[in-house]
Design a protein around this ligand. Sequence first.
Ligand SMILES: Nc1ncnc2c1ncn2[C@@H]1O[C@H](COP(=O)(O)OP(=O)(O)OP(=O)(O)O)[C@@H](O)[C@H]1O
Length: 275
Amino acid sequence: MAKLKGSPPAGSTQPDRREISPGDVLKAEGLSYRYPTGLQAVGNFTTGIKPGEIVSIVGPSGCGKSTLLRILAGLREPTGGVLERREPEAGRHTCSMVFQEDTLLPWLKVAENVRLFYRFQGERASKRRDRIMELLSMVGLEKFADSYPSQLSGGMRRRVAVLTAVAPLPSLLLLDEPFSALDEPSRIAVHQDVYQLIRTFNITAVLVTHDLGEAVSLSDRILLLSSSPSTIVKEFHTPFGAERDLLEVRSDPRFLEMYGDIWNDFRRQSTKAGV
Ligand SMILES: Nc1ncnc2c1ncn2[C@@H]1O[C@H](COP(=O)(O)OP(=O)(O)OP(=O)(O)O)[C@@H](O)[C@H]1O
């Protein structure tokens, strides 16, 4: 396990303990983060994430979701608590991240963007063509392999952005509001493709989102955070199982029921946060 350790969070009480199991891909115990400005963004975050689990993080605007995701990615060191990430199996990459912003390189063709990780590894361009074409066909984009990102729609570009992160076969995929710029029909269509990729390659995923419907339809578990400094105030386990059709899920009465439950708690937290 790779360990990132910070000093105990200043002024915190005991970690808000959630169940952590020995086989978890990721274990966070009492994580906290204070910016050099003095702002305590993350308070006392404790959870374990099981292999293959999809977990969404929701919470009031500005509560520290992106900060937390960057800590889970190893891009920021926590100032308190302990984070452990399990070493990936042979042939798998530790962790990939998809950002909200468009990160495709405009001067590279679609297939070259998807192959970028291997290019950085020094591989010849011809080496993974079949694999890259297989990935593109999984999201219906095989005909666009030789197009440039500017020739694609927003939804297509988001699919390619996710493929660039999935191509190295990450054990852990972190998604920071990756679909928020899309209109609702495009967003739901992209959800289905991304969901299939995650399940097919048995990837463990953590998604930060403002869209409660997205969280309910895509996740196994949803963590609702308090306002900053954020801690988990409630967890929700979705009842849909791994073999779900995301369009059908949206007309399942349990979807609306869970959406309503989360919304009530979410609104309470947002009111407390003054947003
Ligand atoms: N580099 C930084 N330096 C100082 N404070 C920061 C920095 N980045 C973010 N913050 C502050 O930390 C808090 C948490 O920010 P963060 O972006 O993690 O929240 P968020 O929940 O992802 O926000 P949103 O819902 O708006 O996307 C906010 O008050 C923000 O202003």
